[in-house]
Design a protein around this ligand. Structure first.
Ligand code: NAD
Length: 487
């Protein structure tokens, strides 16, 4: 598969920006420019919303089973072309083909799950207090939607929003990350090849403030579903929420992984390495705070550092992690580490730098980084870094671990490693987080299960699972009175 030299918007078919402007897409592995991408501006955004508005009524009236069948056909096409999809994801993100293929697999599973929901679009029927009357609920589309996503797992991010939005009868304008434009186009083309009526989905490329913000501000957009950072999420909540549009926010995390003194330390170290460093730490659910019981701290630290030291960085299947997505992100990660060490007395147990050897120097490679001696109120303990950086903390006992785990603005995921079912159960009960994992890593969501977080990690909605239908549809309550002689 060759990556296209030019990536256009999809607004009623492929087209350049009205201004003709483009931006350069760089390869994270070596910094070379691989494509010129259409750079959307407010006038392109308006055109995309025009298209979504025009297509809405007919799509909303299409039976949901038909909409689900279309998603199934598109998913089958994705299965046939999974290698091509993985190659695009790998090229855009710098992650290995193996990891990219795993992500395509996750998008496929999401497609089949959502397609099946077309035949399970359940409401409920109920009785009435009035004779000769009964009541029911049915789902209805929300309206034209703006779907705005991050780059970290690009094809899964598209699948998680586009499939349920289309199933529910919404038309949509997808604004992918500026770093992963072609992944979004690939899935968009498959949907049209599977029979999607023109206009139901548009893909608008460009910068957040230039192409994304005008979608959020457009009064005709009735739903904004956003995956990204907290500051942008807050602005979207204020702006779209200000006109009472529906807003779904999936934001960041500062996720704790607790290692108790009765844990299997090898398993815990393995889970911690995957949580902290897989996908180069670019996961909202990455394990960025490792809370370790004092009694096993040194033992766990040795096992963890040994594994960290053996990680290989590069774009190939034998490598454990790739580069981060762009130069700005790399500089932001290195800046956070530098501030932690220079201003907050944090020490570096491993990594802390960019890779400068000839094989990596041109790419955006950050060494897996392990920090120690961070105060709980230091910025490195509180703010998301979104890179391969984690901190080790000593905790006195179980209560201290829970207190520290909950001492965060975020509440996305959390994990505990223990052989005590009692500790695991108390952790489950007391942790303030949307997802928890017992004796596993901090990430690993499945398409049939809800995902999302508390506090600054979101605004209460869940993506994936049947819960995703609550984002993309609204309820309608229907009363049926069947006695013609009764008012
Ligand atoms: P970001 O907020 O900078 O950008 C995300 C998307 O929003 C991009 O498409 C960007 O172009 C767009 N955008 C930026 N400013 C905008 C604006 N003013 N109006 C409209 N759109 C705008 O985030 P990022 O750095 O690309 O992604 C990393 C963040 O995403 C992290 O915080 C991570 O935790 C979060 N994330 C969350 C989840 C989840 O499910 N909770 C999943 C993946 C990533």
């Amino acid at each position: 598969m060759t990556y296209p030299g030019e990536v256009l918007h999809w607004i009623g078919g492929e087209r350049p920006s009205l201004s003709g402007e483009t931006y350069d897409k760089k390869h994270p592995h070596d910094g070379t420019t691989i494509a010129r991408v259409a750079r959307g501006r407010p006038e392109d955004s308006r055109l995309a919303v025009d298209t979504a508005v025009a297509a809405f009524e007919a799509w909303a009236r299409t039976p949901v089973v038909t909409r689900g069948e279309l998603i199934r056909r598109a998913t089958m096409l994705l299965m046939e072309r999974r290698d091509a999809a993985a190659a695009i994801v790998s090229t855009e993100t710098g992650k290995s083909l193996k990891d990219a293929a795993g992500e395509v697999g996750a998008a496929i599973e999401m497609g089949f799950f959502v397609a099946g929901e077309g035949r399970r679009f359940y409401g409920r029927t109920s009785t009435s207090a009035v004779a000769n009357r009964w009541a029911m609920t049915i789902r209805q589309p929300v309206g034209p939607a703006a779907l705005i996503i991050a780059a970290n797992t690009p094809i899964a991010n598209v699948a998680w929003k586009v499939f349920p939005a289309l199933l529910c009868g919404d038309t949509a304008v997808l604004k992918p990350s500026e770093d992963t434009p072609e992944t979004a186009m690939f899935l968009c083309r498959l949907l049209y090849e599977a029979g999607l009526p023109e206009g139901v989905l548009s893909v608008l490329h460009g910068m957040g403030t230039e192409a994304g913000a005008p979608l959020v501000e457009d009064e005709r957009v009735r739903l904004v579903s956003f995956t990204g950072s907290v500051p942008v999420g807050r602005w979207i909540q204020r702006t779209a929420g200000g006109r009472l549009a529906k807003v779904c926010l999936e934001l960041g995390g500062k996720n704790p992984l607790v290692v108790c003194d009765d844990a299997d330390l090898d398993l815990a170290a393995e889970a911690a390495v995957l949580s902290a460093f897989s996908n180069a730490g670019q996961r909202c659910s990455s394990g960025s705070r490792l809370l370790i019981f004092d009694g096993v701290y040194d033992d766990f630290r040795n096992r963890f550092l040994e594994r960290t030291g053996s990680l290989r960085l590069g774009p190939d299947d034998e490598d454990d992690l790739g580069p981060v997505i762009n130069e700005r992100q790399m500089r932001s990660i290195l800046g956070a580490v530098e501030r932690a060490t220079q201003e907050d007395g944090v020490t570096v147990a491993f990594g802390g730098t960019r890779l400068t050897d000839p094989a990596h120097a041109r790419g955006y490679y950050v060494a897996p980084t392990v920090l120690e001696n961070a105060r709980a109120d230091a910025s490195i303990s509180r703010d998301e870094v979104f890179g391969p950086v984690t901190c080790l903390y000593r905790v006195r006992d179980f209560d201290h671990a829970i207190k520290m785990a909950n001492d965060t603005h975020f509440g996305l995921t959390a994990a505990i490693h223990t052989s005590s079912i009692h500790r695991a159960e108390v952790f489950r009960e007391r942790i303030r987080s949307g997802v928890i994992s017992i004796n596993g890593p901090t990430y690993g969501s499945e398409p049939h299960m809800p995902f999302g977080g508390l506090k600054d990690s979101g605004n209460g909605f869940r993506e994936a699972g049947t819960e995703a239908l609550d984002v993309y549809s609204d309820w309608k309550t229907v009363y049926v009175k069947h006695d013609p002689d009764q008012i």
